[in-house]
Design a binder for this molecule. Structure first.
Ligand code: SAM
Length: 271
């Protein structure tokens, strides 16, 4: 397939293989996506008509989590792992609107996400974007661009939002989170949102199957397996919930269920 690319995009992207970052961007109404991404997203949306609502639920969960962490928990540093294409509602914008001076390091494996992120952040010394692979977490945590911006002797909130469900079991998602935990100082936080396999079987199977054609296939997990990712953290209220039920701005009577759970944990005291 021949695809003409905007000249500001890096040369090493494959516009013929759908990418999770670009599909997500498309579903959020962004511009950084290609025909292959839109075709696959439209196919998924036919399988699950609520998929767009679920995608937005991920993004609004991010907004509420960052708002809580800055406004109520007093966090001033963020490490956003699997940060996505920064087109709609970014962590540094949400955080700095509440408390100017918050530092944010974004990490993503997708070259389009990193390229657009760098363009947006060129003039901002309090935020950086790094191309990195969370399955190689030590190289991410030791990246000088990150250690130069974030002070890991002080509290950091680590966001792993809508990313661990594209990390396969053999890459050791619990070990990855444990390595992150070891790096963190007292008063740090971990936020996770994750596709949950406890929903209707036919939808879960379909999403898993369709996602096989992307550069990073989905691995939905059970509630128990998602809860286990918070090992070493104390979940703050209301715990691990369906995304729209986590500290909603308002509580409608009838919140549609999503196939996704989210929560925020505070680093538990180490013995
Ligand atoms: C669905 S988006 C989520 C974006 C954002 N965290 C949010 O919740 O709105 C998932 C992102 O994870 C990135 N990703 C997937 N596998 C990754 C990996 N191994 N390392 C780093 N980023 C990864 C994708 O490129 C994509 O941008």
């Amino acid at each position: 397939m021949s695809v003409s690319l905007p000249d500001w995009l890096p040369e090493d992207i494959d516009p013929t293989t759908p990418s999770v970052a670009r599909i997500y961007d498309y579903m959020l109404g962004g511009f950084a996506n290609f025909e292959v991404d839109r075709t696959l997203a439209d196919g998924l949306a036919r399988t699950d008509p609520d998929l767009i609502a679920t995608t937005r639920a991920y993004r609004t969960f991010l907004r509420r989590v960052v708002t809580y962490l800055v406004a109520e928990a007093g966090v001033r540093q963020f490490l956003d792992l699997g940060s996505g294409i920064p087109t709609v509602g970014n962590v540094h914008e949400i955080a700095n609107n509440i408390a100017p001076g918050v530092r944010v390091a974004y990490v993503d494996i997708d070259p389009v996400a990193v390229s657009i992120g760098r363009r947006i952040l060129t003039a901002d010394s309090r935020a950086t974007v790094v191309r990195g692979d969370v399955t190689r977490i030590d190289s991410v945590l030791d990246n000088p661009a990150i250690t130069g911006l974030l002070d890991f002797t002080r509290p950091v909130a680590v966001l792993m939002l809508a990313v661990l469900h594209v990390i396969p079991e053999d890459a050791g998602p619990r070990t990855i989170v444990a390595r992150v935990r070891e790096k963190l100082a007292e008063g740090s936080y971990l936020a996770i949102s994750h596709g949950c396999s406890d929903g209707p079987r036919h939808l879960v199977d379909k999403i898993n199957k369709v996602s096989q054609s992307t550069s990073t296939a989905a691995v939905m997990r059970s509630r128990d397996d998602i809860a286990a990712l918070f090992d070493g953290f104390d979940l703050i209220e209301p715990g691990l919930t369906d995304l729209p039920r986590w500290r909603p701005d308002e509580v409608p009577d009838d919140i549609p269920a999503t196939l996704a759970l989210g929560g925020v944990g505070r680093l538990a005291p180490r013995n």
